[in-house]
Design a protein around this ligand. Structure first.
Ligand code: ZN
Length: 399
C-alpha cells in the first residue's frame, strides 16, 4: 500500500500518537498516557497498527520512576520522506525532510529574468532527482510535495494569481501545482510562503507552546503570516502582503498596488535600494565602491553596520516605519511571539534592532502585552521550504 493510503487509514487516536512522537518523541508509554489521558490497554491498541506499519520503533530505555526502566518509543524517521519547496521570486530552495521533519538534503538556486515557471520547475525536478539518487531513496518513499510560494494564489487549483516582483515573465496565472505534479510524479500542495514558514515555527520551532504567533519576512516586499488560537489566519486569495500594504502615511509615496503611503513603500528591500540610489544621485556621498545602479541591499546593510551615515539613516527610517506597523499589528492580534525573518533581518542587525525596539515601545497596553521577538525563528531561512513539507504531513494528520 502507498504511504499516503497507510497514513489515511490510521484512526484519529493513532494519528494523535503519531503526531506526539513526531514532535515530542522519544516518549515512554507512561509519558504518552499522561498526555492522552487513556489507559494502558487502550494505548497498546492504538500503537499496535503503528508498530505493524513500522511507523514507530523502540529507541532505548527511559528513566525509571521506581521499578523496571521503561522503553522509549519514537517515530521512525525513515518511514517516509517529503519534498518541501520555497519559490521566492529571486531564489528557489528545495529541502528533503524525513518523517521527523529533519532536513536531510537542501539545495538552492538563484532566479534571474530567464527563470520562467517552466524553467524553474525543470530545475527543481533535476535537483530533486539528483538528491534522491544521492540519498539512495526512491520516489515511492515520498508522501508528497509542499510548495510555499508568493501569493495571491488559489490553493485548491494551485494557480499563482498575480504575484509581484518576479524577475521573469510568466508567473501570473501560472498553474504551478499541475506543472510540479507532472514533473515530479507526486501530489503537490501549495500555500503562500509566509503561511508555510509560520506553520514550521508553530509546530516544530520557536512558536511551539504559543497560541498566537506572527511571522514577518522582510524581503523585496514584506510577507506576513499569523497563527491565532492555533489556526492560520487566512486572507483573501491567501495573499501574504496585506501588512506591507497597510497605509502608514495618508499623503505618502505612490505604491505599486495603486495606493499611497503603504509600509512597503518605506520598509522593503525595494524601498531601501531606491531611496539610497536616489540620495546618491542627489549628491550624497557613499563608502560603497560600485556604480549607483549596481548597489544592492546587501551593500547598504553592510555599510549601515560600518557605520556609514547615509546607509544608517535609510535603514533606520525603513526599520522605524516597519516597527510602527508592527506596533499597530500587535494592537490588533496580540501575538505572544513575533518572528522577524528574511534577508533584511539576516543582513541588517540595525534594521532588526530598531524595528523590534519601536514595536516593543510603541504598542498599546505594554503592561498587559509582553511580546517576545525572535530573530530568524528556529528554522531561519529554511522555514518556508520546511514548512511546506510540514503542511503536507499535517494535512494527513487532520483527516
Ligand atoms: Zn501598497
Amino acid at each position: 500500500m502507498a504511504i499516503k493510503d497507510i497514513l489515511t487509514h490510521i484512526n484519529r487516536e493513532g494519528k494523535q500518537v503519531f503526531s506526539l512522537l513526531q514532535k515530542s518523541g522519544p516518549l515512554t508509554k507512561n509519558g504518552l498516557l499522561e498526555i492522552l489521558k487513556t489507559n494502558f490497554t487502550a494505548l497498546n491498541r492504538i500503537m499496535d497498527p503503528l508498530e505493524k506499519e513500522k511507523f514507530i520503533m523502540e529507541v532505548g530505555i527511559g528513566e525509571s520512576s521506581g521499578g523496571r526502566k521503561p522503553l522509549l518509543y519514537d517515530l521512525d524517521p525513515k518511514c517516509f520522506y517529503v519534498l518541501g519547496i520555497d519559490i521566492s521570486r529571486v531564489y528557489t530552495k528545495i529541502v528533503i525532510a524525513d518523517s521527523k521533519m529533519n532536513i536531510i538534503s537542501k539545495k538552492t538556486f538563484e532566479m534571474d529574468a530567464t527563470f520562467t515557471p517552466e524553467k524553474t520547475v525543470r530545475e527543481i525536478a533535476l535537483l530533486f532527482q539528483k538528491a534522491v539518487d544521492k540519498l539512495g531513496l526512491h520516489q515511492e518513499q515520498f508522501l508528497g510535495v509542499g510548495l510555499g510560494t508568493v501569493g495571491p494564489l488559489d490553493r485548491s487549483s494551485g494557480i499563482m494569481l498575480r504575484p509581484k516582483y518576479f524577475p521573469s515573465e510568466g508567473w501570473t496565472g501560472s498553474p504551478i501545482k499541475e506543472r510540479l505534479e507532472q514533473a515530479l510524479g507526486l501530489p503537490v500542495m501549495i500555500d503562500n510562503g509566509a503561511n508555510t514558514a509560520i506553520l514550521a515555527e508553530y509546530k516544530f520551532g520557536a512558536g511551539k507552546g504559543f497560541q498566537n504567533i506572527a511571522y514577518f519576512n522582510c524581503s523585496t516586499g514584506i510577507r506576513t503570516g499569523a497563527i491565532s488560537a492555533g489556526v492560520i489566519v487566512r486572507t483573501i486569495n491567501d495573499a501574504e502582503d496585506a501588512f506591507g500594504h497597510m497605509v502608514i502615511n495618508c499623503d505618502g509615496e505612490a505604491c505599486n498596488c495603486g495606493n499611497y503611503g503603504c509600509i512597503d513603500c518605506y520598509a522593503s528591500i525595494y524601498a531601501i535600494v531606491r531611496k539610497y540610489q536616489a540620495a546618491l544621485k542627489q549628491g550624497r556621498s557613499t563608502g560603497i565602491d560600485k556604480d549607483i545602479d549596481e548597489i544592492d541591499y546587501t551593500d547598504i546593510c553592510g555599510a549601515a553596520e560600518g557605520p556609514e551615515p547615509l546607509a544608517q539613516e535609510i535603514i533606520t527610517n525603513a526599520a522605524t516605519i516597519f516597527g510602527v506597523g508592527l506596533a499597530n499589528y500587535i494592537n490588533l492580534l496580540n501575538p505572544g511571539l513575533i518572528i522577524l525573518s528574511g534577508p533584511l533581518i539576516s543582513y541588517s542587525n540595525l534594521y532588526y534592532q530598531i524595528a523590534s525596539e519601536i514595536a516593543s515601545t510603541r504598542h498599546y497596553d505594554k503592561e498587559a502585552n509582553h511580546i517576545i521577538f525572535s530573530k530568524g525563528g528556529f528554522f531561519g531561512e529554511d522555514a518556508i521550504a520546511l514548512g511546506a513539507a510540514i503542511m503536507v504531513v499535517e494535512s494527513y494528520l487532520l483527516l
